[in-house]
Design a protein around this ligand. Structure first.
Ligand code: CP
Length: 330
């Protein structure tokens, strides 16, 4: 894997490989020495033009656990505010020597432009571009589902037949899009529940089935309910009458949660609007995977950085539950 730009064009075998390598990375997290030498001598730049808590910190933790040097760049406070272009910013970083660029950008397609350009010779990982894709979020979501469903027997498995209901602001959600592509590649059945105003105008958006009635969709007893954040910062129009109406029709309230089967898990990529799309009591329930998703994000991003920056070269990869002398001093 040279770059990770999207899940739409990620083959099933490569997706399973990322999830399986992430399992190995997660195993190293239980050891006394959690650091691996796999990316020693390599430099990863976190290039964030949009705000982030989870993704940026998770990529930083992942790169550091693999012994890479990490440079954090935030557009706020940089020469971007003086009008510097993406090309000039990237060429400036490239001149300092970088092996991997993790980019979050408000413009859909910016990571692809960077990967296809000759501005810098580095692996490019999309950390969220506009309303287009957020591939590592989808991979960590799939990893979390696989672990909850298959447990210790997860390696090599897909999500064949798993029924996933994705609820809310699909229109503005790169998480929904990346999940829909990846989950379908892994054999899951994906349904969206959303008001018509918050769905793309097409009969089967991203190949998913559609419900406009959340209660009818929940009555089908999905295995996974994934709530999406209402992205008010991207809404320049009235997409629903008011927050109370939204919660009444599309919120995962305590009442709706209580009616779900015990096996159904609840996911949310964060950050959450507690009380709007998800009740606080639901977010904090043991069947909610919100915190688990964040923890799994580090393992999945370690796997993605490792595969993109080394091409899967096993030197320095985690192999045993006991650190080698080299790993111990990494
Ligand atoms: N899920 C997610 O992308 O969160 P952040 O915006 O905090 O990175």
């Amino acid at each position: 894997m040279r770059h990770l730009l999207s899940t739409r064009d990620l083959p099933r075998a490569e997706a399973i490989e990322v999830l399986d390598v992430a399992e190995e990375m997660a195993d190293t997290g239980t050891r006394e020495v959690r650091k691996l030498p796999a990316l020693r001598g390599k430099t990863v730049v976190n290039l964030f033009f949009e705000d982030s808590t989870r993704t940026r910190i998770s990529f930083e933790a992942a790169a550091k656990r693999l012994s890479a040097d990490v440079i954090n760049f935030a557009a706020k406070g940089s020469s971007v505010s003086k009008g510097e272009s993406l090309k000039d910013t990237v060429q400036t970083l490239g001149a300092m020597g970088v092996d991997g660029i993790v980019i979050r950008h408000g413009a859909s397609g910016a990571p692809r432009v960077l990967a296809d350009s000759a501005w810098v010779d580095a692996a490019v990982v999309n950390a969220g571009d506009g309303t287009h894709e957020h591939p590592t979020q989808a991979l960590l979501d799939a990893f979390t589902m696989r672990r909850r469903i298959h447990g210790a027997d997860s390696r090599g498995r897909d999500l064949d037949g798993v029924r996933v209901l994705i609820v809310g602001d699909v229109l503005h959600s790169r998480v929904a899009r990346s999940n829909a592509w990846l989950l379908r590649t892994l054999g899951a059945h994906v349904t969206f529940a959303a008001p018509p105003t918050l769905l793309p105008v097409t009969p089967r958006p991203f190949g998913a089935a559609v419900h406009h009635d959340l209660d009818a969709a929940l009555a089908e007893a999905p295995d996974v309910v994934m709530m999406l954040r209402v992205q008010q910062e991207r809404m320049h129009d009235a997409f629903f009458p008011n927050p109370r109406e939204y919660t009444r029709h599309y919120g995962l309230t305590a009442g709706r949660f209580a009616a779900l089967p015990d096996r159904t898990i609840v996911m949310h990529p964060g950050p959450m609007n507690r009380g709007l799309e998800i009740a606080g009591i639901v977010a904090d329930d043991p069947r909610s995977t919100v915190v688990e998703q964040v923890a799994n994000g580090v393992s999945v991003r370690m796997a993605v950085l490792y595969l993109c920056l080394t091409g899967g070269d096993r030197t320095g990869a985690p192999t045993t539950s006991t650190p080698t002398a080299e790993e111990a001093t990494a």
